[in-house]
Design a protein around this ligand. Sequence first.
Ligand code: UDP
Ligand code: MG
Length: 171
Amino acid sequence: METFEQTLVLIKPDGLKKSLTGNILTKLSESKLEIAGAKVIRVSKALAEEHYYELKDKPFFEELLTYIQGKLHGEHYERVLALVYTGEDAIKRVRQIAGATNPEDADPTTIRGAYGRITTKGVYENVIHASSNPEEAEREIKLWFEPQEIVYDLYPKEEKVLNNVKKLVWK
Ligand code: UDP
Ligand code: MG
């Protein structure tokens, strides 16, 4: 049985630097899923650490933080494009199109197989991130997006009055 799901996709700094945004979105559109949210974000160290907290004990963790922050790709690419895709079996469908984590193992017709590489320091620069299960997707979508930035009611939300919160507004 198919289930309606949502998943987080990040076009990582290498994907942006290689000018692959169009190719990646075209590939992902084969899935017939819908985009429910999208934005360009500068990734802080704190956000990078939170996103990859499960990998904090891995030897490549620090290098991975540097990579996702765009610090391997020059100042202009210190950003990612974050997207939320929704639809039937969204998580599995996007992972299939993304391909295996290691770009050398990934099928060459997948995004990672076609465009990824392994750096000399051993990090898999694999062009995109995609959530791998519903719990991870929920955690990641809530980490990267605020409720009003997504066009669907994906998760329960509440209204809160916040005092003393500094916020940038248009003037
Ligand atoms: N990664 C790496 N070396 C590894 C495993 C992972 O450089 O041996 C990087 C790679 O960029 C990967 C990210 O860490 O996309 C997150 O790893 P994960 O195991 O969650 O793979 P994913 O879910 O991205 O396929
Ligand atoms: Mg993962």
